[in-house]
Design a protein around this ligand. Structure first.
Ligand code: G3P
Length: 221
């Protein structure tokens, strides 16, 4: 399962890239609004950091306007993936984007039925929002399970990008269920590293190593 960051924050993207574990980035209008840069410049700077797919969302009510925005976005860099909302207009525009050779990510997906539509138009990614399903009192991981099962039964090529992940258990369960990719906030990615027994073990190894070096130095003296 590929690991994506769900952020537009440049220093966090750079840090995750330096960790060597970053496969791509997803953004959305809410995340972009926090960064204080014009959107095309923001996307260009993210694409300079990571060679992986960078999802940038179109925000327009009509098909032609979405298409125009998509053409502008894909001109920024080769690794831009156009995010389109799950709506009649988004799917219509998305199908035309695919015909024009663009990679698209169908976002705001909350049912397996919607995910079938994304696959049928040849989307590269489909993004079910697990955390928001949980927030509404339903089963986000259950949705992911349904979607992965339907895609496997049909042999669809569209990659399932588990989104709106809130904690490491979401990430592990998404991997277990068979998501192709998981996108998460920086804080969640950082939490994947941690385990208290690792910290205790490292402290003990370091202390033992220092004592060993001191004993050798004392022996030499
Ligand atoms: O970017 C799409 C999705 O991951 C949003 O997550 O946390 O706003 O529900 P969230």
């Amino acid at each position: 399962m590929k690991l994506f960051l769900d952020t537009a924050h440049l220093s966090d993207i750079r840090t995750a890239h330096e960790w060597g574990i970053l496969d791509g980035v997803t953004t959305n209008p809410s995340l972009a609004a926090r960064e204080g840069l014009e959107f095309p410049e923001l996307i260009a700077r993210i694409c300079e950091i990571t060679p992986g797919p960078v999802s940038a969302e179109v925000v327009a009510p009509e098909v032609e306007e979405m298409l125009a925005q998509a053409r502008d976005l894909t001109a920024i860099a080769d690794n831009v993936v156009v995010k389109v909302p799950m709506s009649k207009e988004g799917v219509t525009a998305g199908a035309r984007m695919v015909d024009e050779g663009m990679s698209i990510n169908v976002t705001l997906v909350f049912s397996a039925a919607q995910a079938i539509l994304a696959a049928r138009i040849g989307a590269t990614f489909v993004s079910p929002f697990l955390g928001r399903v949980d927030d509404a009192g339903n089963d986000g991981l259950g949705l992911l399970h349904d979607l992965v099962e339907v895609y496997a039964a049909q042999g669809y090529d569209t990659q399932v990008l588990a989104a709106s992940l809130r904690h490491p258990v979401h990430v592990v369960e998404a991997a277990r269920i068979g998501a192709d990719c998981a996108t998460m906030p920086f804080a969640v990615m950082e939490r994947l590293f941690h385990h208290p027994l690792t910290d205790i073990g490292m402290a003990r190894f370091n202390a033992d190593w220092e004592a060993y070096q001191r004993a050798l130095a004392a022996g030499r003296g």
